[in-house]
Design a protein around this ligand. Structure first.
Ligand code: MN
Length: 253
């Protein structure tokens, strides 16, 4: 299976849309392991930006309202629009119902699909792993995820420090992720642009369960050049229950 196709399949498993289901065949989706509810419209035959599960201002004061509006409504929408344009059957000369034709397209080197499907996937996961925390309550993982973090990173504090450090030092636009490798081992990885740990990037694919957007559009309005301040604020609004849910399903290639 090609890298691109593998990513597309994994993306479909994550519930991106009915289009992805059509591309790979609905029967192959029956063994879904990694369900993220992206509020996809199975009948739309196109990718759609999921609605936020909270208000634009709900993540204040950690992520500001204006950034959320522009990030979700403009940036994420742009990835989806370009993706829908790129996979339009009339443009790409393939039949959505013909798995082999779709596979041929996706085995190519179409950076438009790679970047925009990645952008759609990454942002959909990003929104779903955030939650309001208006009173600034302590916000830590629990249960089996906390146990795994302590086991893999020696301590939760070490994990947070390592993750923040990797995110702060990452050069340019990209993402920092907490991922699950096969066997439920945790790791911290970074990816450039809109790439994703599910892609074959020279290392073993892994399932992202938490990610922070390191593009300047994610923080520049509020924090300008101070990415470290954005990272420190972001920890307050991580939806650990969602991350635990994703972790509990493991990663099975
Ligand atoms: Mn972004």
């Amino acid at each position: 299976m090609s890298d691109r196709r593998d990513f597309l399949k994994k993306s479909a498993l994550l519930g991106l849309t009915g289009l992805a289901a059509d591309l790979i065949g609905k029967d192959k989706l029956s063994s879904m392991e990694n369900t993220v509810n992206f509020l996809a419209d199975d009948n739309a035959k196109k990718f759609t930006v999921p609605k936020l599960p909270y208000a634009y201002n709900a993540l204040e004061p950690y992520i500001d309202t204006k950034t959320m509006q522009i990030h979700h409504d403009k940036h994420h929408q742009a990835y989806v629009d370009k993706l829908n344009a790129a996979v339009n059957p009339s443009n790409m000369n393939f039949d959505l119902d013909d798995d082999m034709k779709c596979r041929t397209v996706n085995m190519g080197t179409d950076m438009v699909i790679r970047n925009n499907l990645g952008g759609h996937y990454n942002h959909s996961l990003f929104w779903s792993t955030l939650k309001p925390n208006p009173k600034g309550a302590p916000n830590d993982p629990s249960g089996l995820l906390m146990e795994a973090i302590n086991k893999n990173f020696k301590s939760y504090e070490t994990f947070k420090n390592n993750f923040s450090d990797r995110a702060a030092k990452f050069f340019g636009s990209g993402w920092c992720w907490l991922v699950v490798l096969e066997g439920s081992t945790l790791n911290i990885v970074t990816t450039a642009n809109q790439d994703n740990p599910l892609m074959e990037l020279g290392t073993a694919p892994a399932k992202p369960i938490l990610g922070i957007d390191l593009w300047e559009h994610a923080y520049y309005l509020k924090h300008q050049n101070k990415r470290a301040d954005y990272i420190a604020a972001w920890w307050n609004v991580v939806n650990w229950k969602k991350v635990e849910e994703l972790f509990s399903k493991g990663f099975h290639r």
